[in-house]
Design a protein around this ligand. Structure first.
Ligand code: CA
Ligand code: CA
Ligand code: CA
Ligand code: CA
Length: 456
């Protein structure tokens, strides 16, 4: 789940932005704040279980019940570096930004890092909540909504991926485009300048929490109407003509051109589903080549974006549009996918066939704490597969990733990963399966995985 995949609508604000081209837009309740990490939590929230574990000032749930045994983690040595200029390609060498008083241009890609230590050596997670700029108050935000909890942000990693420079050195890092990948927009596709404060926090296995390490980042206002607008040259799926039952994976793609190379975001509005998702050109989420102008998103029919879909056949139109740093909107290109919701999933329901086998599978363990990284990784017995995961409780599919981003430690090593970090207590059951990228979805052996989330 690129860098942060963020909410593009201020919930409750209900504003509609004019678009320069294409169809009108709606303000969606659905969000994409944490990308592949965010979705299960959203569903959990819908069910009325909100932990808000990191919400500054309001500690509820297990956190409020007090800390566990042992001593809490300690965070220190926060740092900020620019890794790519606004809308641009990555710099050859990251440029360090002074911690205090520095401003960064709108749309800059930053790496934020901090050292995390635990005296009992049982650190399980480093994450961040945040404080949005006061300017959000002018857009139907309240003081309370300026403080956003863990569910609104990403996890930091020490595995050498997702912007972390060195694996296992105790320095946890995260890259994101500021402010679009850490904050909700005040209306579709509009973010504000000002000071965004990341509040990093470490958790240990016993439930102890570190003190907050505040990292303020002052963002310049958007350079509106400068430069030239982006153009979506075409949008398509791979394979072409996607039509199938739940569990059918595909890539949603768009070729985007911009004369001054400052594309900020490309997104697809799933019209019939009243939701949207982002396409990326950074080599994650199914994007094969970073910075080649082809924006991509791996999807699967029946994923969480379609959780409320009807149990029948439906044509889904994805309206793809780009926005650049200067605030220009592109034209809109449309792709269609036919979902056969009423049909049984041949992968899950069918017998084992001559398809790919799962050669190895690992998980973080059979038990996990309510706030704790839990990962499943798997390798197939051949290349060119989709490695998939099905969540039995949510009845939702996801594509596992081999992109060196978020849960996946190393890109292209054939080991596919999926993970999560904030759980309701109970037992969660998953099925992992591999299907070939070309040819019919013959069914290979599947692996069942169960994790018990323990109460404190
Ligand atoms: Ca590190
Ligand atoms: Ca431009
Ligand atoms: Ca690409
Ligand atoms: Ca991998």
């Amino acid at each position: 789940m690129t860098a942060a995949r963020v909410d593009e609508c201020a919930r409750g604000a209900g504003q509609v932005a004019p678009r320069s081209a294409g169809a009108g837009t709606r303000c969606h309740a659905s969000t994409e704040q944490g990308g592949r990490m965010m979705r299960p939590l959203q569903r959990w929230r819908r069910a009325g279980r909100i932990l808000s574990v990191l919400s500054a000032g309001v500690a509820v749930g297990w956190l409020a019940m007090g800390c566990g045994k042992g001593r809490p983690p300690v965070l220190s040595e926060a740092s900020i570096a620019i890794v790519a200029r606004s809308g641009g390609h990555r710099l050859a060498k990251a440029q360090t930004v002074p911690r205090e008083g520095a401003t960064v241009p709108y749309g800059t890609r930053l790496r934020v890092s901090a050292r995390a230590q635990d005296p009992d050596d049982d650190l399980v997670l480093v994450g961040a909540c945040k404080r949005l700029p006061d300017a959000y108050l002018e857009h139907a935000y309240t003081q309370e909504k300026l403080e956003q909890g863990l569910g609104h942000y990403q996890i930091f990693f020490d595995h050498g991926g997702s912007g972390d420079v060195k694996a296992g050195d105790g320095v946890y890092s995260r890259e994101f485009v500021i402010p679009t990948e850490i904050a909700p927009s005040v209306k579709p596709w509009a973010w504000l300048g000002g000071t965004y404060t990341l509040r990093l926090c470490g958790f240990d296995r016993a439930g102890n929490r570190s003190a907050f390490l505040n990292v303020p980042i002052k963002v310049e206002p958007p350079p509106l109407r400068k430069g030239s607008p982006p153009v979506v040259e075409k949008a398509w799926t791979e394979p072409a003509n996607v039509s199938g039952p739940p569990g059918t994976p595909y890539l949603l793609k768009a070729k985007v051109r911009d004369a001054d190379a400052d594309v900020l975001q490309v997104r697809a509005e799933l019209w019939e589903l009243d939701s949207h998702l982002r396409l990326v050109d950074d080599g994650t989420w199914g994007d094969e080549v970073a910075d080649d102008g082809v924006f991509t998103r791996a999807r699967v029919i029946g994923d969480s974006y379609e959780a409320a879909a009807p149990k029948e056949r439906q044509t889904i139109h994805a309206l793809v549009q780009a926005l650049d740093v200067g605030g220009h909107f592109s034209n809109t290109a449309t792709v269609r996918v036919d979902a056969h919701y009423g049909e049984a999933d041949p992968v899950l329901s069918g017998p084992a066939g001559p398809g790919p086998r799962i050669a190895d599978i690992w998980t973080s363990g059979k038990e996990t704490a309510p706030v704790s990284v839990w990962r499943v990784t798997a390798r197939a017995d051949r290349p060119d597969v989709w490695m998939m995961i099905f969540d039995h409780e949510q009845r939702s599919y996801d594509v596992m990733a081999d992109d060196g981003f978020e849960w996946d430690a190393k890109r292209g090593d054939g080991v596919y990963s999926w993970g999560w970090y904030e759980w309701p207590p109970g037992v969660r059951r998953y099925t992992v399966y591999a299907i070939p990228k070309s040819g019919p979805p013959v069914t290979g052996a599947k692996a069942e995985v169960t994790v018990r989330v323990i109460e404190r």
